[in-house]
Design a protein around this ligand. Structure first.
Ligand SMILES: [Zn+2]
Length: 439
């Protein structure tokens, strides 16, 4: 019996101990759970804090970089304020407008200047400033007017106008609004990446500062050439249409042809000679009045320029050179007349041009007393090949109608050799199902 009692007590003690142990374990378990949860929460909090610290740090670094970038701008802002104050009474604007009043056609650059001055004097809402920028933009659409286009687009954008500023106009790293392809209206047959009016030479030696080159003054974001890293195969990186477009120029012209029925005639007039070496070609800027008529519809000749060898090939063969006459009609549609130059006798028209051409890249030159009639470069016969294509230089905008004359014009070998660009021709592009017409 004694033994039984001991056993019972022992058993009870054991049960008691067990119960105690279990309770203890249960409590511990709950506490551990709480600790684990707390630990996870605190770890998370620590991580969040670290992240926040990281973000703060990044923001601080960015702010510091921005401050550094802003520093030189502050000086500019002060200067601008000073200029603004000086303009505020409107006398300068009145003087300028009086001076311009006698001039019938202001150049695009002057329109931009006028717009900028109006903006400084009368504020960003001044409709006449907008008008001046818009005029400048219209006038600059073709030819060597990249800087003017940029200035006018930036001017309009600054005034809150809905205008697509070309990526090339923005400082490095900035993103174009919408970042869509440029419209034909902002296109530029030889959209220069390097303006002639501030004369920073980029030339072919790629002497421009790399992004991040802080010491260098801001150079143009856009840059292209006919060979190497900036050559035609790479144009698409900065100018998407050049790579993605399905109606690109130039073409290798070969049959079968669709019968062309459009009548094309040139009505070119003599005018003062204005030439520019824009680093990509020799371009002759033409005063208004010369027209190409396509089924009677007038297309104003804006400029003509040269490629060596010819960009277009006939049955796979290029000619020594080609002249591209660039026109635009009232709706803004572009048409290019191509005249192939074949090695042969000396060309008297080219003789005049070459005698006056700037052999180095630089601003437009207008030799005094020299007139030129673009008709001097045309053959008598006007049979042509025709197709829908694009600008053959960045931004490679499409919607350009091409007429390549079947009859070639002579150019002497020496004349070809003295053209300052050894190769400035884009390779032929895929036809992509386009029809080539011929009459
Ligand atoms: Zn061309």
């Amino acid at each position: 019996m004694k033994r039984t009692i001991v056993e019972v007590i022992l058993a009870l003690a054991l049960i008691g101990a067990g119960a105690f142990g279990w309770t203890n374990w249960k409590q511990n378990q709950a506490a551990t759970g709480q600790v684990t949860a707390l630990k996870a929460a605190s770890e998370e909090a620590a991580k969040a804090a670290a992240d926040t610290a990281g973000a703060v740090k990044a923001a601080e670094t960015e702010m510091a970089a921005l401050r550094e970038e802003m520093a030189p701008l502050e000086g500019k802002v002060q200067q601008l304020d000073a200029v603004k104050a000086a303009m505020a009474n409107g006398t300068t604007l009145a003087d300028l407008e009086a001076a311009y009043k006698s001039q019938k056609n202001l150049s695009a650059e002057r329109q931009v200047g006028l717009g900028a001055l109006r903006m400084l004097t009368k504020g960003a809402e001044d409709p006449a400033a907008m008008e001046a920028f818009r005029k400048a933009l219209q006038m600059s659409e073709l030819g060597d007017r990249k800087n003017t286009i940029c200035a006018a687009q930036i001017g309009l954008a600054a005034a809150g106008e809905k205008v697509a500023v070309m990526a090339e106009c923005l400082p490095k790293g900035a993103k174009a609004a919408g970042d869509k392809e440029e419209k034909a209206a902002h296109g530029d047959t030889h959209a220069k990446d390097d303006g002639h009016d501030h004369g920073d030479s980029h030339a072919k030696d790629d002497g421009h500062g790399k992004p991040g080159d802080k010491k260098e003054p801001e150079k143009h974001a856009a840059h292209w050439s006919y060979d190497g890293e900036m050559g035609p195969a790479h144009w698409g990186k900065e100018f998407p249409t050049c790579a993605k477009g399905k109606s690109q120029s130039p073409l290798d012209i070969r049959g079968p042809f669709v019968k062309a029925r459009v009548v094309v005639t040139a009505d070119y007039k003599e005018g003062p000679l204005k030439m520019i070496n824009n680093g990509h070609t020799i371009q002759v800027n033409v005063v208004p009045g010369s027209k190409l008529r396509i089924d009677g519809v007038a297309h104003e000749l804006l400029q003509f320029h040269f490629h060596r060898p010819s960009e277009e090939k006939i049955d796979g063969k290029p000619m020594a050179m080609v002249v591209h006459f660039v026109h635009k009609n009232a709706e803004g549609k572009l048409a290019v007349l191509g005249v192939l130059l074949k090695e042969g006798n000396e060309n008297p028209g080219i003789k005049t041009l070459w005698a006056n051409m700037p052999t180095e890249e630089g601003p437009e030159v207008a030799p005094e007393g020299v007139n030129f009639n673009p008709a001097n470069l045309l053959p008598r016969e006007f049979d042509y090949y025709s197709y829908e294509g694009s600008l053959t230089t960045p931004p490679c905008t499409e919607g350009v109608r091409f007429f390549i004359l079947k009859t070639t014009v002579n150019v002497a070998k020496e004349q070809v050799n003295s053209f300052p660009f050894k190769v400035n021709a884009r390779p032929v592009q895929a036809l992509n199902g386009r029809e080539i017409l011929a009459n």
